[in-house]
Design a protein around this ligand. Structure first.
Ligand SMILES: *Cc1c(COP(=O)(O)O)cnc(C)c1O
Length: 460
């Protein structure tokens, strides 16, 4: 890492990152290679077909922004396990903290005999989530579990039944959350009956609806008032930047107008920051970009550097409406995952990772704008920090019908994989390429990946 400060006496110098894999793209076999192909046969015999993989290359090692497969191929990872290894794969301080905790104790169960690490994570979440009001937390294991608990907590606090979500949302694969997703396929198909009292309200999608924040908020609020009625509505769950939906950034003022309406009507407004949180967007939480202070914040994915941990954090009076024993679970707030999370919060501070997110956005936006001049299928470039996407449309329709081009997305992701770049797709119509790298990715790696995508677009 280069330190351009000439007078660093007052500023702690970030320690140079320790990587166990060279930070470069390197393809040495066909993709997938022979070892991955062999492993894939074993997997097909043993693993449910309900669990799919985007690319059948089996990983042996990962460090920083690079993953290495069984055949020795090195990929630039622009997905970070869907925004989980935000501080980098096997970040040294996170590995050290988790290892230290493994040696001390691995499990006691916080609801039997508690420990400091859980309390410390709750303190750090209270400090770094938006809003200066008193906050409390509950820790669980996964994103969907955070959504489930957020809904439970809001229902208990309000004594109301209904749950509202937005169009294009994604909230998980459990029995409640699959009813909260916009897309039925593949998440809910055949798994019904779905949970009741879940309502899908119109969202803000500026590239397609052309509405201002005020207009989009009025449309959402009209739906909530007419279709549900405020007095029956427990919570409105919103991703500040939608993840699986395709990184839609809502129009200016949209989120704060919804929060004002929720506050005035006794509705708990919940930010699903599972994908957008934990320094992903150049801020601790994406809500900050919009001046939004949610009642509850849901955190998971990036919080513990890859270990499973999730949280519901928010207004103390809402969290404390639940009776003792009503919340929790056997593995929730596991000490090893908590130790890793504490190290992640420290890495965000010590390695200036909020600035790294801003750097990555600048590099991606500049590179993607250049690509958009050459390739007339790039309809929209959007996002914040290390959460940037392009929406692909049929050639020449960027300003007219904006007709989705899923075939181009599929072809580009496949070409990129063959050339050593792991690129995630997204979007309700499968026509979004998302860039969700770890904050350890260098500009050189990003520009190398962009040149592969340029070549891929040229072959279409
Ligand atoms: C991934 C995700 C979830 C679900 O998290 P899991 O850990 O996969 O259960 C929920 N909401 C959003 C926004 C997500 O990106």
């Amino acid at each position: 890492m280069t330190d351009t400060l000439t007078d660093s006496a007052a500023t702690p110098t970030p320690s140079a990152p320790v990587y166990t894999v060279t930070q470069e793209r390197k393809i040495v076999t066909a993709i997938p290679g022979p070892r991955s192909t062999e492993m894939h046969q074993r997997r097909l015999a043993a693993v449910s077909t309900g669990v799919s993989s985007a690319l059948p290359v089996y990983i042996k090692k990962a460090s920083g922004a690079i993953v290495v497969d069984l055949d020795g191929n090195q990929f630039i990872d622009l997905g970070a396990g869907i925004g989980v290894t935000t501080v980098g794969h096997s970040e040294a301080s996170v590995v050290a903290a988790a290892t230290g905790q493994l040696n001390d104790f691995v499990h006691t169960l916080f609801t039997i005999t508690p420990y400091e690490e859980y309390v410390r994570v709750a303190e750090l979440l209270a400090e770094h989530t938006p809003g200066s009001f008193a906050k409390k937390s509950v820790l669980i294991n996964s994103g969907a579990e955070a959504v489930e608990n957020g809904v439970k907590i809001a229902r208990k606090y309000t004594g109301r039944r209904a749950v509202a979500v937005l169009d294009h949302a994604y909230h998980g694969r459990t029995v409640l959350t699959m009813a909260m997703n916009y897309k039925a396929a593949p998440y809910a198909t055949g798994y019904g009956p779905l949970a009741s009292d879940v309502y899908h309200a119109p969202s803000s999608y500026p590239y397609h609806d052309g509405l201002t924040g005020a207009e989009a908020a009025a449309r959402t609020i009209a739906y909530l008032e007419k279709v549900i009625g405020a007095s029956d509505l427990a919570c409105l769950v919103v991703e500040p930047i939608q993840g699986e939906g395709g990184f839609m950034v809502p129009a200016e003022g949209y989120l704060t107008l919804l929060q004002e309406w929720c506050t005035a009507n006794g509705v708990v407004m919940i930010a699903d920051e599972i994908q957008s949180g934990m320094a992903r967007t150049g801020a601790y939480f994406a809500s900050e970009h919009f001046g939004w202070e949610p009642d509850l914040v849901l955190v998971a994915k990036g919080i513990a550097g890859g270990l499973p941990l999730a949280a519901v954090t928010g207004r103390a009076e809402i969290l404390d409406a639940s009776q003792p024993g009503g919340l929790g679970g056997t593995f929730g707030g596991n000490p090893v995952a908590c130790a890793a999370a504490i190290a992640v919060f420290e890495a965000i501070e010590n390695n200036n990772l909020l600035a790294e997110g801003q750097r990555i956005e600048k590099t991606l936006r500049a590179g993607l704008a250049t690509l958009a001049e050459k390739h007339d299928i790039i309809g929209d470039i959007r996002g914040r920090g290390a959460m940037v996407a392009i929406e692909l449309v049929q050639p020449g329709t960027q300003q007219t019908t904006k007709a989705p081009n899923a075939a181009a997305v599929t072809a580009i992701a496949a070409y990129a994989a063959q050339h050593g770049v792991l690129l995630l797709t997204a979007g309700t119509y499968g026509n979004v390429l998302r860039f969700l790298p770890s904050l350890a990715v260098t500009d050189a790696l990003l520009n190398d990946a962009l040149s592969v995508i340029d070549d891929a677009m040229a072959t279409l």
